[in-house]
Design a protein around this ligand. Structure first.
Ligand code: ADP
Length: 575
């Protein structure tokens, strides 16, 4: 099946597609029971649809034309019951169908989201969030629509086609020959059109990603756009993007129209021809009227499925575009591999860190660390210095295992970070950086974010230790006050304190302040640092800053210079 599907699609690498379909199948497989149930329902529904014209034929030929009242009444009653039964069945069918297709859709999206959670900042730095969004949203729905809707439409088409053809031949094999001419013509036409559809669909998916990216990028930056009075420019960008989208959408519409219209017209022609020949036979008395009417209905029923089967052929093409876009996210690999048998950190770990001949460079960039070795003793305050852009944040990213070094080892209490699951490591290290992530929700929920099991009393205590008391008193609902989107109601210094309160609740062994106090004035900074020193006394604190004042009074100073981590005062041993 997977082979067959990938063979049906042009313009893409077969191996890639097979891999993609195999992946897709892992989401369909758990639903096998539901699928079989729905298939059985489809068989019954198709049989019922096929029954209706036959009943009409019986009604006309055996009832009306034969003037048989008993037949007339029994046919009418049968029709009523078949009708009610079909309606009930289609209701059940639709419900089960939505449930099945929803399950597949959500499983797909959740799986992708979990995969995205393993990817590094490097991935997010190089992708447009709007593009990822459109893949997770539009493309995933497109795949689900194909995986479920098309599958059943294919099944009922095959059943409908087979049934209708059998009945057509029963009614008149000579007239049935018309269908044999019609089908190959339609197949040829659609084969010719599908590549065009594929190309235009890809363009549309990309246009839609452009639009979401634009909105995702500009909406959060509205304050800046207003500050530099560029509202008009952004509006006209949106206008251009919309125009491009619309133009391409209309092109696709036209292509799809012709894709459908030509087979549609061919079908009408065939039907008219059948009426002409069959009508002649009826007038000549060689055929019954009911048979002609039933024949024409079955002809419609036979060509409908042919068209939907061929439409499916085009739909596969369209879906393969989305599948490829989604697989592109799936294929993005995490920068770090989780260890096969992860090591654990002792509860009473000390937190000594050693860089052992560590080299690291971003792809196609100069080395940030080049065979750097240094030991950060447990329990002290350590400053990492160096000019902006030299790679201090990257060193922290290495410590938090967002990336692994290309060479050398980073050890914590003698354990290579590569042997630790990122979660095991990160719950022991609290990072307070310059941009603090706040979520919509109350101040309480935000402080509790990294330690969801903390009690209200613990949150309050942490908030007090982080000197948030004044803020809490000033807020209308205290800790329960909602912070608004991204904590827009808080000042830089207040956000900093929220981050520190978070770190306190996390009970880390190592606290890292990455330019954390650069947004506040020196007096506040001194206060924050004194506070941190008090709260985190005895724990390792790593401070990153350019400000000399931040760095005074530390136990050890490490300068990042020419790829080396140089201890400024190595003779100082901190215990
Ligand atoms: P610092 O914290 O010292 O200011 P960073 O660690 O942020 O420096 O950045 C070090 C260098 O690496 C900079 O030149 C920056 O442009 C580059 N850099 C940072 N992140 C990435 C990334 N994801 N991909 C490529 N280059 C990066």
């Amino acid at each position: 099946m997977i082979r067959w599907l990938s063979a049906a699609i042009d313009g893409q690498d077969r191996g890639r597609l097979e891999e993609a379909f195999r992946w897709l199948y892992t989401f369909v497989k758990p639903q096998t029971k539901a699928i079989i149930g729905l298939m059985l329902l489809s068989v019954v529904a198709s049989a019922l649809v096929l029954l209706q014209p036959w009943l009409t034929k019986l009604l006309i030929d055996e009832g009306l034309l034969a003037k048989d009242y008993g037949m007339l009444v029994s046919m009418a009653i049968t029709m009523i019951f078949v009708g009610i039964f079909s309606t009930g069945l289609s209701g059940i069918n639709r419900y089960l169908h939505t449930r099945l297709s929803g399950r597949i859709l959500f499983a797909l999206r959740e799986h992708l989201y979990e995969h995205l959670q393993t990817l590094s900042p490097q991935f997010y730095g190089s992708r447009r969030i709007g593009d990822i969004l459109s893949r997770l949203d539009g493309d995933v729905s497109q795949i689900q629509r194909f995986a479920v809707d098309s599958m059943f439409s294919a099944l009922s088409s095959v059943l409908g086609l087979a049934g209708a053809l059998a009945l057509l031949i029963t009614l008149s094999w000579e007239l049935s020959l018309l269908v044999l001419v019609l089908i190959p013509l339609e197949v040829l036409w659609l084969r010719w059109m599908r590549r065009k559809v594929e190309r235009q669909t890809r363009i549309i998916r990309e246009r839609s990603a452009d639009l979401s990216s634009f909105l995702v990028e500009t909406l959060p930056a509205m304050k800046f756009i207003q500050a530099v009075s560029q509202e008009k420019r952004e509006s006209s960008k949106l206008h251009n993007l919309s125009n491009h989208y619309l133009t391409d959408l209309l092109k696709l519409q036209v292509t799809e129209f012709f894709t459908q219209a030509v087979p549609g017209t061919l079908t009408s022609l065939t039907r008219a021809t059948a009426f002409l020949i069959g009508g002649y036979w009826v007038i000549e008395g060689q055929w019954q009227l009911g048979s002609l009417i039933a024949f024409s209905t079955y002809l419609g029923m036979a060509t409908g499925p042919v068209q939907s089967l061929l439409g499916l052929y085009v739909a596969i093409q369209r879906m393969s575009v989305s599948l490829d876009r989604v697989m592109d996210l799936r294929r993005a690999e995490a920068d770090i591999a989780p260890p096969e048998t992860p090591a654990t950190l002792a509860d009473n770990m000390r937190g000594e860190i050693e860089f052992d001949r560590v080299s690291f460079a971003y792809p196609e960039r100069a080395h940030i660390l080049n065979q750097a070795s240094v030991v950060l003793p447990a329990g002290g305050t350590i400053a990492v210095t160096g000019p902006s852009g030299v790679g201090k944040s990257t060193v922290i990213d290495l410590l938090m295992r967002y990336y692994d070094p290309q060479q050398g080892r980073i050890l914590i209490d003698g354990i290579n970070l590569k042997q630790l699951a990122p979660m095991e490591l990160r719950k022991r290290v609290a990072l307070v950086s310059q941009d603090i992530t706040l979520f919509r929700g109350s101040l309480m929920e935000n402080i509790r974010y990294a330690a969801p099991s903390a009690t209200d009393a613990e949150v309050l205590a942490a908030a007090q230790q982080a000197q948030l008391t004044e803020l809490i008193d000033a807020l209308p609902m205290g800790l329960e006050t909602p912070l608004g989107e991204r904590g827009s109601q808080l000042s830089g210094g207040q956000k900093q304190r929220v981050a520190i309160a978070r770190a306190i609740l996390q009970h880390p062994v190592i606290l890292i302040l990455d330019e954390a106090t650069s947004a506040v004035d020196e007096a506040t900074e001194a206060e924050v640092i004194a506070n941190v020193n008090r709260v985190f006394a005895g724990k390792m604190r790593i401070l990153i800053s350019h400000r000399a004042s931040t760095l005074s009074g530390v136990d050890l100073r490490i300068e990042l210079k020419e790829g080396q981590l140089v201890a400024d005062n190595p003779e100082l041993e901190v215990e």
